[in-house]
Design a protein around this ligand. Structure first.
Ligand SMILES: [Zn+2]
Length: 244
């Protein structure tokens, strides 16, 4: 995922802090800033965020040579096509462009009737594989559940299911809209890297992601299990230790 290794320019930090509502402990908070509410239903806009880009390639597969930033953008455009005509979509980036994580979070915030779905391809030890979905906010649990289920149904059974992970990342904690980060497959695993290099496989994943999003839009959290407990924690910062 490599979300922690990015260098953030002080100017960007300044802009992000000016553009975002105050969310530190002790400030008066709107509920939406924490996301302590049921998941959305009937939302009008999906922001599709292709991870990484430009100077940040993300993970690079030793098996196929393919870069996470390219696969994520390809999958984002496929997802946009599948959602076309059913819900308004916005691509966070439509080309090979670097956008800081705080800028992404800021761009997704302050918009009603909107959700954010960030697309990534994963990297870890060579034996680890399978789709994985990150979320933090209570209002993102249902969507994360649907997205994880959808990706697992496409992934061959031997590729495993890494499940849902509740983790405070800049794109799961900081936007003030429901937000989920999908790790579609591990580029560090040889067989899964080959699968992810296949456009037909990415097309099936994009279809599954679109279905998950539209199911959430139609049904809200129905059928996605009980909501997790709220966690009061400050926004994620680039200086946070990894995994915190
Ligand atoms: Zn990534």
């Amino acid at each position: 995922m490599k979300l922690f290794a990015l260098v953030v320019l002080p100017a960007v930090l300044f802009l992000a802090s000016c553009g975002s509502p105050a969310t530190g402990p002790g400030n008066s908070l709107r509920p939406d800033e924490w996301g302590h509410r049921p998941g959305p239903k009937g939302f009008s806009t999906v922001i599709i965020d292709a991870g990484h880009g430009g100077k940040d390639p993300g993970a690079v597969s030793r098996t196929t040579g393919m870069r996470e930033k390219d696969l994520a953008l390809d999958t984002a455009k496929r997802l946009q096509r599948h959602l076309s005509g059913k819900v308004r979509t916005v691509l966070m980036r439509s080309g090979d462009e670097f956008i800081d994580l705080d800028v992404r979070a800021s761009r997704a915030s302050g918009k009603s009737g909107t959700i954010l779905v960030s697309l990534h391809y994963n990297s870890s030890g060579a034996g680890i594989r399978g789709p994985e979905t990150y979320y933090w906010r209570v209002d993102s649990h249902g969507l994360a559940t649907r997205i994880q289920r959808g990706m697992v149904a496409v992934s061959p059974s031997e590729s495993g299911n890494r499940g849902m992970v509740r983790r405070r990342l800049r794109l799961t904690r900081n936007p003030d809209v429901p937000c989920v980060l999908a790790e579609i497959g591990y580029l560090s695993n040889a067989s899964e890297a080959k699968l992810c290099a296949d456009p037909a496989y990415r097309e099936k994943m994009a279809q599954a992601l679109a279905k998950a999003i539209l199911d959430q839009q139609a049904n809200g959290d129905a059928g996605t299990g009980s909501l997790p407990k709220p966690i009061y924690a400050p926004p994620s910062r680039p200086t946070d230790p990894a995994g915190s």
